[in-house]
Design a protein. Structure first.
Length: 294
């Protein structure tokens, strides 16, 4: 039985990702439509009676081995340290991260973990949620990670600037998601550095090698980073090709900087069939289907 004290860190999917320009501070201005799948890591926090400002991060789970070697380099540890310093909290805490989402795969696993840690710390230490105003979100985005503000919400949203400007999805896109509310995530288990993708972005054509065949909502699947990621990891093209062949698929594309690709379906049965078929063809890949959090 799942521990009800766990905070879920949901997978983030970029349905579209438009890079506007590079900023003077090194970040990129962007415009992205985002949804969250009901697939997640788990965060739990225990507060000890001692007050030595010690943060003990324990990492386990299917993708936890590599991360467990250097816990103080993990974004969860850095996020907890930021929070404890910001609110001058001296308690010792033990954080447990059950890492079930693949690492460096373009679905915001680290940012989702950080956001879940913040949500849990707010509850544990009874901090007023209103403290996370616009200025705090900008600070979090710059200090910890640009995707963290939207992951704090973990619902279908549009983000702009470096990720701290958050708005509702356009009405037509929201309707499309409501009617195609099941998603399959496919990653070839080939971690890709976001920094590497952005560093190579200007060197390649920004047009994807695979054009989404569905025109009803043309933004879905349009990702300016896709061609760069495809040049780095060819299996991204294979993943999209496999998705495009699945019965009942409505839209497909690549999330974030890759390598995870996604496909949208109108019901659970179609999504599950696609999951099973692709897993049979590529048994070593990470393939999951779920509903989308509306």
């Amino acid at each position: 039985m799942q521990n009800l004290n766990n905070e879920k860190a949901f997978a983030k999917i970029n349905l579209s990702l438009n890079i506007i320009n590079k900023r003077d501070d090194g970040y990129h201005n962007l415009n992205s439509d985002i949804v969250f799948a009901n697939i997640y890591d788990l965060i739990s926090i225990k507060v000890l009676k001692t007050n030595n400002r010690i943060i003990d991060l324990k990492i386990n789970g299917p993708f936890g081995n590599k991360l467990a070697r250097h816990p103080k380099q993990n974004i969860v540890y850095k996020t907890a340290l930021y929070f404890m310093k910001k609110y001058n909290i001296s308690s010792d805490i033990i954080i447990s991260l059950n890492k079930k989402l693949p690492i460096a795969s373009g679905i915001g696993g680290g940012s989702a973990d950080a956001a879940a840690t913040l949500r849990k710390l707010i509850k544990v230490f009874n901090i007023n949620k209103s403290i996370f105003d616009k200025n705090t979100q900008i600070e979090i985005a710059k200090k910890l990670g640009a995707d963290i503000p939207v992951c704090l919400h973990s619902s279908s949203l549009n983000i702009k600037s470096i990720g701290e400007k958050i708005a509702k999805l356009p009405i037509n896109l929201k309707k499309t998601i409501v009617h195609n509310n099941y998603i399959i995530l496919v990653t070839p288990n080939k971690p890709i550095s976001t920094k590497l993708v952005f560093n190579n972005w200007y060197r390649h054509s920004h047009l994807t090698k695979i054009i989404n065949i569905k025109k009803n909502c043309p933004k879905i699947g349009i990702n300016n980073l896709k061609s760069t990621s495809e040049n780095i990891e060819y299996s991204i093209i294979i993943a999209q090709k496999l998705l495009s062949l699945q019965s009942g698929i409505k839209y497909f594309g690549m999330s974030g900087s890759g390598a995870t690709c996604f496909g949208l379906f109108k019901n659970k049965i179609l999504a599950k069939k696609a999951e099973n078929k692709i897993r049979c063809i590529r048994p070593k890949w990470w393939v999951k289907s779920s509903s989308i959090i509306i």
